[in-house]
Unconditional design. Structure first.
Length: 273
């Protein structure tokens, strides 16, 4: 029997990138998936976000792997809309056992006020994670069968590297740093319910958040060209989404049943350099 047979996973930011990779891996391991994505641009973000076509591709991939899927378009900043999406997915698939609060934004556009870019980073990357947990965890508690939550942080949230005084970059560092405190607080809150809470903190990952014209211009390199040295200790520029997924899959597995409150770097040594 596959590791996650009979389980249901809520995945935000599921339209592409790490979220899609996580959804597909869990589906391969038997989990049904509630796939959520905003599928719309955010004005302060310097690169295109996922579309409904992207989310449809994620859905198709989950089904190809033999799992059920309930897909919803919702903005994690909108607590009511997210509550409704999670509730609909839970009703359709029969509960929730795994929560992957993965939705996030990266490089901010220089064409928006710094204060707006700062707020949007916090609203998506921190408040959005809080909204996701608040939407799903009450059902997990009510079910009484335990479970696991994994939050997607960033290696810069553990080091502070990357802040430069601008609203977007400082907002990104601040929003990802805050997740460490939330994970530790939630680990205390949810331990009596046998619900574990952890975070993964990747360095740069080969997704559209990094592989786009805006980031390429920052490094003065073509978006599809050689990846610059971004500070990893091991000789790799960008991680593959599957590398992060492997860590997430372990954290939500029975093999990590006594692991909670952990900030796990998956960063090729970025935090050790």
């Amino acid at each position: 029997m596959a590791e996650h047979t009979g389980r249901v996973a809520v995945v935000t930011g599921a339209g592409r990138g790490q979220g899609r990779s996580h959804a597909w891996r869990l589906a391969e391991q038997g989990a049904d998936v509630v796939a959520i994505d905003v599928c719309a641009p955010i004005a302060s973000v310097a690169y295109p976000l996922a579309t409904t076509d992207d989310l449809d591709a994620t859905v198709a991939g989950v089904r190809e792997r033999g799992a059920r899927v309930s897909a919803h378009v919702a903005d994690v900043r909108d607590g009511e809309a997210l509550d409704a999406a999670v509730a609909a997915g839970i009703a359709e698939l029969g509960g929730v056992d795994i929560v992957l609060a993965n939705a996030g934004i990266g490089m901010a556009s220089p064409d928006v006020p710094a204060a707006q870019a700062f707020r949007d980073q916090l609203e998506v990357n921190t408040v959005g994670v809080w909204n996701t947990v608040q939407a799903a965890v009450p059902t997990m508690i009510e079910q009484g069968r335990g479970g696991a939550v994994v939050v997607t942080g960033s290696s810069v949230g553990l080091t502070g590297r990357g802040g430069d005084g601008s609203g977007g970059s400082d907002g990104y560092v601040a929003s990802k740093s805050a997740l460490t405190g939330l994970v530790r607080a939630w680990a205390h809150w949810l331990a009596p319910h046998a619900i574990r809470v952890n975070a993964v903190h990747p360095s740069g990952v080969a997704t559209t958040m990094v592989l786009n014209d805006a980031v390429a211009a920052l490094f003065d390199a073509p978006a599809d060209g050689e990846v610059p040295d971004v500070g990893n200790l091991l000789p790799v520029g960008l991680l593959d989404p599957a590398d992060v997924t492997a860590a997430v899959d372990w954290l939500v597995s029975d093999g990590a049943r006594y692991v909670t409150g952990v900030a796990l770097p998956v960063d090729a040594g970025f935090t050790a350099r």
